[in-house]
Ligand binder design. Structure first.
Ligand code: UGA
Length: 439
């Protein structure tokens, strides 16, 4: 099937490449000429394990191509996906629908025979109705159908998540469009993947509810971790102890410096706004947004405390800047709050991130960037792990101690064994591990 994918960002590019790999003929469209030029030349602008290989192999098999012209991409396309950004509107926090609406207007100009317009961007409930209304200004209603098909992939595991998802959600109102969606996802269906067919609005709601639930799980365990520190319990055991209950589940119970990224912060805010506008406020979500914001600041205070009450004039070595490992994405990363707080307290910050430095450089003025972990630690008064990259787990801890001017380690992701850190003589401060971890 010929498919047009509008938006060659994270979701658009991964979805486009994976759908091409399923055997469809996919044309990705983006208004950013430089991005399209780079992709045509085989250069993939995002860091994601496996994506370059997937793009290149499908390009050479002529199933995947890139253009800036929707007219070209849309020609003969049975499905036109919208995978553009829906960032938070400044001040209010609701989703900015500008790019989705622009895409709808552009699509209206290119539909020839019959096309299914698939909204993959995360959009507020009811957004599909608006897309339909915009297109129907120009195109007769029997020539198109608007479907919701949210994406649940995680950065860093995007290809696997797309190809072997826990489920594919399709919000569709008519059989003709339903049949097209079935064809698109036939390879997943054939492999035993779960398909959830529902109404368009329910599908839009599923996306927000899923992300916000996961953000809530993370926030919950973060607060339990704080309590564990006060009451001398170990959150790692608590997570395991509750996670083994099938009703709770073991995932997303790792405490840390607060959630970040391009989705959780934006989607929690957007759902909370949407609920207020619908006169059914969700106080749980409002609270979690607030708790998560404050947590990032509290993490900086944890470092200050570990340094004896002040970081003025001290050199702090930060390991990991991205909001999570296996990505170069810095959007809403906790490091963007923690580091300026430390700088405001008078610290000189030196940082190392395996992939994020390029993006972080402009976002973190005054930070000295180095290109490996040991260089970062050299002569520092404290080490701080903000992101749990695998290479930090494998550091030679004796060498770490020798490199540091003072053996202080603040581990915001609980990646080191407490006993070993103590035996090596570190002042080891982690998250939610009671008095053992010094809290
Ligand atoms: C998230 C969802 O997990 C995806 O299903 C969804 O498709 C995506 O948003 C989206 O809407 O596009 P992602 O932002 O890539 O994916 O990252 P996650 O792996 O979910 O992590 C989000 C944040 O929570 C990170 O800052 C991470 O460090 C934090 N986290 C996660 C924890 O602190 N503890 C955990 O146990 C899990």
């Amino acid at each position: 099937m010929r498919i047009a994918m509008i938006g060659a960002g994270y979701v658009g590019l991964v979805s486009g490449a994976c759908l091409a790999d399923f055997g469809h003929e996919v044309v990705c469209v983006d208004t950013d000429e430089r991005k399209i030029e780079a992709l045509r030349a085989g250069r993939v602008p995002i860091y994601e394990p496996g994506i370059s290989e997937l793009v290149l192999s499908n390009q050479s098999a002529r199933r995947l191509s890139f253009t800036t012209s929707l007219a070209e991409a849309g020609r003969g396309a049975r499905a036109i996906f919208i995978a553009v950004g829906t960032p938070s509107l400044a001040e209010v926090g609701s989703a900015d629908m500008r790019y989705v609406h622009d895409a709808a207007r552009a699509i209206a100009k290119v539909i020839d025979d019959f096309a299914v317009v698939v909204v993959k961007s995360t959009v507020p409930i009811g957004a599909g109705d608006e897309v339909e209304r915009i297109i129907a200004e120009t195109v007769p209603r029997d020539r198109f159908s608007v479907v919701s098909n949210p994406e649940f992939l995680r950065e860093g595991a995007a290809i696997e998540d797309f190809k072997q998802p826990d489920r594919v959600v399709v919000g569709v109102g008519d059989d003709r469009a339903g049949a097209v969606m079935r064809d698109i996802y036939q390879p997943i269906n054939a492999a035993g993947g779960q398909m959830v067919y529902t109404s368009r609005r329910s599908s839009e709601m599923i996306k927000y509810a899923a992300n916000v639930f996961l953000a809530m799980k993370v926030t919950f365990i973060n607060e339990i971790a704080d309590l564990c520190e006060r009451l001398d319990a170990d959150v790692v055991d608590v997570s395991r102890g509750i996670g083994l209950d099938d009703r709770i589940g073991a995932k997303f119970l790792n405490p840390g410096p607060g959630f970040g990224g391009s989705c959780f912060p934006k989607d929690t805010l957007a759902l909370s706004r949407l609920a207020i506008e619908a006169k059914a406020p969700i106080r749980l979500v409002e609270t979690l947004v607030d708790v998560n914001d404050k947590r990032k600041v509290a993490m900086a205070a944890k470092v200050v405390k570990a340094c004896g009450g002040s970081v003025a004039g001290k050199r702090i070595a930060v390991l990991g800047l991205t909001y999570k490992p296996k990505t170069d994405d810095m959007r809403d990363a906790p490091s963007l709050v923690i580091i300026p707080e430390l700088q405001a307290g008078g610290a000189a910050v030196v940082a190392y991130d395996p992939e994020g430095a390029k993006m972080a450089r402009d976002m973190l003025p005054g930070v000295e960037f180095v290109d490996n972990a040991y260089a970062c630690l050299e002569g520092a008064d404290a080490a701080v792990v903000i992101t749990e990259w695998d290479e930090f787990r494998a550091l030679d801890l004796e060498r770490v101690k020798a490199a540091l001017a003072k053996p202080v380690m603040v581990d915001m992701r609980n990646i080191y064994p407490i006993k070993r850190m103590k035996a090596l003589g570190f002042r080891y401060v982690c998250v939610g591990r009671g008095f053992n971890g010094e809290g």
